[in-house]
Design a protein around this ligand. Structure first.
Ligand code: NAD
Ligand code: TDX
Length: 330
């Protein structure tokens, strides 16, 4: 099987490539990645059966021949950070919306199976005291430039299935954690701050809830959907991992040998979504998926160990990431 992975030098995509090579001896992988600030070729180092093509998903001349050679296209590439989208939405529109359109047109021409990676943020947010969770039927209500461009890309996929018969599935996953996540994101930012002797930074009161899932559990669900999902169907992916940001920071501090109260409150994110929560019933009942890393504490301890052991991977980015946050009061 020839698998084309867009964004395979990013966090979830690189983990997906590793897992695919481990689990599928017959698979060959081509990664199409622009290697933006968020992409890192080192995340694919040492993997044979992978060809890395540096290029833009919004460039049809690059995309078309790669899709023509693929049996399956798994589309991870995106501008992925909410905070960046609030300062400059432009690359979010180009990559997330136009890039997805270019891929869909190539898939339509060449007939590959297409899986679209998306986020639970397309559903907007829930109140803290609302017992509801997101389901496949929840109406779209995105808050940020990031989540609205992801929502737009999902809707393109739905239309290309219905209007053109493209063989696509969509998954909307909750917050991922694990190795190879860019240090601009919440968990690796706090881990690497503590390695540097800097206090963790919590936006606002820190009561916002995220539904954490280990990246390997996300990626296993993606393969379950590609193998056995129904074309045209959306599947929500989540592992019943709701926690507020304050709890997560306190646990990181404890696991790294610090007083759990040793963090700073900083400026809140404008329009900050309060709570995300996934109802994963369809994934569990139809595809038989269950998380293999349900224990957040031990998954987080492993993630901390990975950042301690792989300083060469993240160190070159750290000063610039923190300077950018400092300029924003965060
Ligand atoms: P990431 O920012 O770590 O990686 C994105 C990758 O895409 C990078 O390697 C980057 O170089 C590449 N890229 C960006 N623009 C490109 C372009 N125009 N052409 C080709 N490559 C380009 O992101 P991530 O956290 O790994 O997220 C991957 C996908 O999963 C995204 O679609 C995101 O919306 C989705 N998602 C992420 C999470 C999460 O918690 N991180 C949760 C749910 C869904
Ligand atoms: O320093 C910080 N302090 C802090 O309190 C940072 C960077 C974040 N936060 C808060 C904001 C969020 O409530 O932590 C929470 C998580 O923040 P992010 O890591 O930026 O993730 P989030 O905005 O929830 O989005 C993530 O999950 C859904 C991914 O970045 C998206 O790509 C994915 O779609």
């Amino acid at each position: 099987m020839r698998v084309l992975v867009t964004g395979g030098a990013g966090f979830i995509g690189a983990n997906f490539v590793h897992q695919t090579l481990e689990d599928r001896p017959g698979a060959t992988v081509t990664v199409l990645d622009k290697l933006t600030y968020a992409g890192n070729a080192a995340s694919l180092a040492g993997q044979d059966r992978v060809q890395l093509v540096q290029g833009d998903i919004a460039d049809a001349d690059v995309v078309d021949p790669l899709v023509a050679e693929a049996d399956v296209v798994v589309h991870f590439a995106a501008e992925s950070h909410n905070d960046n989208s609030l300062h400059d939405p432009s690359p979010f529109v180009t990559t997330n919306v136009v890039g997805t359109f270019i891929l869909l047109e190539a898939v339509r021409r060449h007939g590959a199976r297409y899986h679209h990676i998306s986020t639970d943020e397309v559903y907007g947010d829930l109140e803290l005291d609302d017992p509801a969770r997101f389901t496949e039927q929840t109406p779209y209500n995105p808050s940020s430039p990031y989540s609205s461009t992801k929502a737009g890309s999902d809707l393109l996929v739905r239309a290309w299935v219905r209007s053109f018969g493209v063989a696509a599935t969509i998954s909307n996953c909750s917050n991922n954690y694990g190795p190879y996540q860019h240090i601009e994101k919440f968990i690796p930012r706090q881990i690497t701050n503590l390695i540097d002797g800097v206090r963790p930074k919590l936006y606002g009161a820190g009561l916002n809830v995220r539904d954490w899932i280990h990246v390997r559990d996300h990626n296993r669900a993606v393969w379950d959907i590609i193998d056995r999902g129904r074309v045209g169907q959306t599947y929500l992916i989540g592992a019943d991992g709701e926690k507020n940001n304050k709890q997560v920071v306190e646990l990181i501090l404890e696991l790294m040998g610090h007083d759990p109260g040793d963090y700073d409150h900083v400026a809140d994110r404008p329009g900050h979504d309060m709570r995300y929560a996934i109802d994963n019933t369809l994934l569990r009942t139809e595809l038989g998926w269950a998380p293999q890393f349900p224990d957040f504490r031990s998954g987080l301890a492993d993630t901390i160990a990975w950042y301690r052991d792989n300083e060469d991977w993240w160190r070159p980015q750290k000063a610039a990431v923190e300077a950018k946050y400092a300029a924003q009061g965060q």
